[in-house]
Design a protein around this ligand. Structure first.
Ligand code: ADP
Ligand code: MG
Length: 399
């Protein structure tokens, strides 16, 4: 057992006085390529990372669900029959003002969504204690939210005998996040976390929800994936995200397609003629990014990870110039990593801050970190938080 699994077990014992029946875990994720393509029904290529969230669980006899996290000393308790009243309101409304702390809406929301999907009715279900511990950095763009959802979904599926498929679990996580927490996210994070495989990425078609594991070969090629967290979070990121979504919807409507997924690079000349200049550039990013995801999958399969550097860089340039969601810190991270010899680098995540990733030879890792840190210091930016992530396996039972 990892130290984090042990701390979940210890927290469970403090809560209940006995050992957990089971421990389940699910990982965070990083997105190799495919940014803002998810809500355009396009393609993404994320991978699960070795940082994981653990849920130590055990049944109760009283129909109560109780959650506790190393995050917050106070356990949160709800009767299972009350979950529907708590979360079952209008879609996206989120947790009723203050009735449970926001973090608890993730595991409780998963319980609610799992029971709603199961249709067994909440009354026959035994209560459960859930103790959560995690080593996924929170809010660093590595999806600690999907990790807590996945670990809870795996544990409840097991304890309650729900017979969920991996895709069911991903959908339950998304429902919890959209409706119980009230965060309007897609399904990429949950799929990446739940379905991850060692040294592989998950190619996801966000329209059909079909997935394919794609071998990354980082270990074989002695490559490391460096995350450069700028620790910048811009106050306009929510507004910026909404604005980009609206531009994509506007573009699709003007071009007469259900989603930008339905356009290819060959349609861009027509798009330029029809759309205003800004909307055109937003559309151009999505259309070219979808193609880059397809090209990355092909390059990985045909030639291996050293062949994808140009695609990663092109993705960054497209987000910087066409989608306009980069910031100087992210550009500095990408440029300095490339100057230090990275195979490829790009900003990752929603934009306006957050992290960049760089694919780096293991032998050059230290000098790349130093080059990035120096470039940040020269520019007068706050030092970035740099760490590597290893493509790892998805949800599983640890004990
Ligand atoms: P990200 O997924 O990028 O890390 P989000 O804002 O989507 O950021 O999710 C972070 C939120 O998820 C936290 O603020 C907290 O509410 C919840 N969360 C994640 N991990 C844990 C944990 N170990 N214990 C309790 N809550 C957690
Ligand atoms: Mg999240």
């Amino acid at each position: 057992m990892t130290p984090t699994a042990q701390s979940a077990a210890a927290l469970f014992e403090r809560l209940t006085g006995s050992a957990p029946e089971r421990i389940w875990s699910a990982p965070g994720r990083a997105n190799l390529i495919g940014e803002h393509t998810d809500y355009n029904e396009g393609f993404v290529l994320p991978f699960a990372i070795e940082h994981r969230t653990y849920a130590a669980v055990g049944r109760r006899s009283d129909g109560i669900i109780r959650v506790v996290s190393t995050f917050d000393p106070n356990p949160v308790e709800v009767a299972i029959v009350e979950l529907q009243a708590l979360f079952g309101g209008d879609a996206g409304e989120g947790v009723r003002s203050g009735s449970v702390p926001e973090w608890a809406a993730y595991p409780l929301g998963v319980a609610w969504a799992a029971l709603a999907a199961d249709g067994q009715g909440a009354t026959q279900i035994p209560g459960v204690d859930i103790a959560i511990a995690s080593d996924v950095p929170i809010g660093a763009g590595l999806s600690s939210s999907a990790a807590i959802e996945g670990a809870t979904a795996g544990a409840l599926d097991d304890l309650w005998g729900l017979g969920l498929t991996p895709l069911d679990m991903a959908k339950i996580g998304r429902t919890a996040e959209n409706q119980a927490v009230g965060a309007p996210t897609g399904i990429m994070d949950q799929v990446a976390s739940i379905m991850g495989q060692t040294d592989a990425a998950t190619f996801l078609d966000c329209r059909t929800l079909e997935t394919q594991a794609v071998d990354l070969g980082f270990a074989r090629e002695h490559l490391a994936l460096l995350v450069i967290d700028t620790q910048v979070s811009h106050s306009h990121s929510t507004g910026g995200y909404r604005d980009r979504r609206e531009a994509c919807e506007r573009g699709a409507a003007a071009l007469g397609v259900p989603a930008l997924r339905d356009l290819t690079v060959g349609d861009l000349d027509r798009a330029r003629a029809v759309l205003d200049e800004v909307t055109f550039r937003r559309v151009a990013h999505i259309v070219t990014e979808n193609q880059r995801v397809l090209d990355t999958v092909e390059a990985l399969r045909a030639e291996g990870p050293r062949a994808i550097g140009g695609l990663l860089v092109a993705s960054h340039v497209s987000m910087r110039d066409d989608f306009e969601i980069s910031v100087p810190e992210l550009d500095t991270a990408v440029e300095s990593a490339l100057e230090a010899g990275a195979v490829g680098a790009r900003m990752t995540g929603g934009g306006f801050g957050g992290a960049a990733i760089a694919l780096v030879d293991e032998a050059r890792l230290e000098q790349t970190r130093e080059a990035v840190a120096d470039a940040f210091a020269r520019a007068g930016f706050r030092a970035p938080n740099q760490f590597t992530v290893v493509p790892s396996h998805g949800v599983l039972r640890d004990a």
